[in-house]
Design a binder for this molecule. Sequence first.
Ligand SMILES: C[S@@+](CC[C@H](N)C(=O)[O-])C[C@H]1O[C@@H](n2cnc3c(N)ncnc32)[C@H](O)[C@@H]1O
Length: 273
Amino acid sequence: MVVSGAAADTGIATALPSEAASRLAWHDLECGGYEADLALWRELAAAQQGQVLEVGAGAGRVSLDLARAGHAVTALDHDRALLSAIESRRGGAVVQAAHADARSFSLPGCEFGLCVVPMHTIQLLRDRDQRGAFLRCARTHLRRGGLLACAILTRVEPFDCRDGGVGPAADSAHVDGLLYSSRPVRVEVRGGEIVIERERRILGARDGSGSVGEAEEERMVELVRQCDEAILAQLRRAQLEREAQAAGFQVEPARAIARTDEHVGSTVVMLRG
Ligand SMILES: C[S@@+](CC[C@H](N)C(=O)[O-])C[C@H]1O[C@@H](n2cnc3c(N)ncnc32)[C@H](O)[C@@H]1O
């Protein structure tokens, strides 16, 4: 929902970004700064033989980190704009981008020692049929004894500050002359789903106006305001483990990623192919 106008109405010189460019900017802002899980993925990658597959790799937060640590990584995602960012950011690191859907991918000739599904990507597959399709694809691409590790949100803390109550602070970043700001305003658990709503705003600088000492946002004009809803399946560890066993995996003890001041903790379901 866009509630304010385009740059042309406001005297802002900077053009509004394309859909793909703003998708990348939001992804970087909302996912790119998370680091609490990286140590675990590095540990798992170091302990496995062979190449690493990340499913739902986004702009490469995890894939690029593992590739820079010396692993050969395939980063799979269904969003071409995010995969392009991986290609332009990889430098000398060995990362292969694969444009495919997690539920139906086929990477001929590839056999991985480790497949990781960080953050809560598996919960974007909202029913057992979709997750079953992914689990079967993942198993087909793992070498014998390879590991699939999927992070899931364990404890969510519902809140609603859409009417101005106190809630989490906004994250913001400058991209191509615009200020992107994203603030979680609601987390709701309903009917087996977790709804995460964010208020997203794009602001541009007013030409030559604004006084010294004025707060940055006051010197800027709001170009876009929209609400974004991400819907995740509410998925418990035992349920995912049962679904994985049905797809032929052996369950190993789960690992934990601790909560931080800004992020809830996760459980990492560990599945041996
Ligand atoms: C929460 S982000 C996680 C990004 C990255 N793994 C990270 O940890 O920073 C989820 C990613 O999964 C991708 N995704 C969602 N559903 C997908 C599907 N069915 N097939 C492939 N990718 C998918 C999205 O495009 C997005 O990049």
